[in-house]
Design a protein around this ligand. Structure first.
Ligand SMILES: C[S@@+](CC[C@H](N)C(=O)[O-])C[C@H]1O[C@@H](n2cnc3c(N)ncnc32)[C@H](O)[C@@H]1O
Length: 284
């Protein structure tokens, strides 16, 4: 099966406020795009971007390191673990290489579902929906706080009786309630079989804590909802409870299977890890 598929999920509980474009208020996807040096942002996002960079200049290189972590983890899962299905939640604005480009360069039949709740990401979905002919790429407009809606829509493309990778990169940072974050994870993981993987990256509250706290405070002043929360390594490690953490465990994103010693030594203010849901895979 090949082609382009896009869905529109219900607007969750609506608690995020307006679903329309609001160029006058900073949005997480667009501020992140600014940190990455992208052009898909408005003045409100650039102001938020500049103020947060002033508080914590390293956030720019850490955002880039986070994208490199995405590339390495997807390469690892597709290349070394045989994963052919990816659910990338909080996918953000396109920033090549995107998940489908990495996965399909290794396994062209890979199926990828992107999910985000930002209307601007939705408007750029076409750029993400460029699957190779053997695979499938789809986009779901939905909210991480409504995992059931995500899973229902994604099931049109992903076969949840087969292992899948759930990618939550720099998005749990936008779920400030710890219990809520854990419930979301439990719901997502319950839907996938043993042999599936969870990938998380998350802003670190315990690396350069004062600068990170200042940066977080400034970002929240600009967002429609002051929802951004960095967390310490210990808390992020516990997100993987019940799973088998792949070595080296939860480390700064630059230290997870680095391609060189120089890369590994780079500073990053995001923790990252990969874990496998234990148990036997269904015989194929
Ligand atoms: C910092 S960006 C990360 C993008 C990409 N995952 C990466 O790591 O490069 C966070 C993304 O999560 C999205 N996001 C934030 N809260 C969300 C929610 N409740 N549901 C779905 N997406 C959300 C934002 O719109 C944004 O695109």
């Amino acid at each position: 099966m090949s082609g382009i598929m896009a869905f529109r999920a219900a607007d969750g509980d609506g608690s995020r406020g307006t679903r329309g474009f609001d160029a006058t208020v900073a949005h997480p996807a667009r501020v992140y795009d600014y940190w990455l040096g992208g052009k898909d942002n408005f003045q409100a996002d650039r102001i938020a971007g500049q103020e947060t960079i002033a508080a914590y200049p390293a956030i720019r290189s850490s955002a880039r390191a986070n994208r490199a972590f995405l590339t390495r983890t997807v390469s690892y899962l597709a290349g070394q673990r045989g994963i052919r299905q990816f659910l990338d939640i909080g996918s953000g604005l396109p920033a090549a290489p995107n998940t489908h480009e990495v996965a399909q360069s290794i396994a062209p039949q890979s199926r990828i579902v992107y999910v985000d709740n930002d209307p601007m990401v939705l408007s750029h979905a076409r750029a993400l929906l460029t699957s190779g002919p053997q695979g499938v790429t789809a986009y779901v407009d939905a909210d991480l706080r409504d995992p059931a809606a995500i899973l229902t829509q994604a099931a049109a493309v992903l076969d949840f009786t087969e292992p899948a990778a759930i990618l939550l990169l720099a998005v749990l940072d936008h779920i400030p309630g710890l219990d809520q974050a854990r419930q979301i994870l439990a719901q997502l993981l319950a839907a996938v079989p043993p042999g599936s993987f969870l990938v998380i990256s998350h802003a670190a509250s315990d690396i350069d804590p004062e600068a990170m706290a200042e940066m977080t405070g400034r970002l929240n002043e600009h967002l429609a909802q002051a929802s951004y929360a960095a967390r310490p390594r210990e808390v992020i490690t516990r997100f993987f409870d019940g799973l088998d953490l792949v070595r080296p465990g939860v480390v700064t994103v630059t230290r997870w299977h680095p391609r060189s010693e120089m890369d590994s030594a780079r500073m990053a203010s995001h923790w990252g890890g990969v874990a496998r849901k234990p148990g036997r895979c269904r015989p194929g």
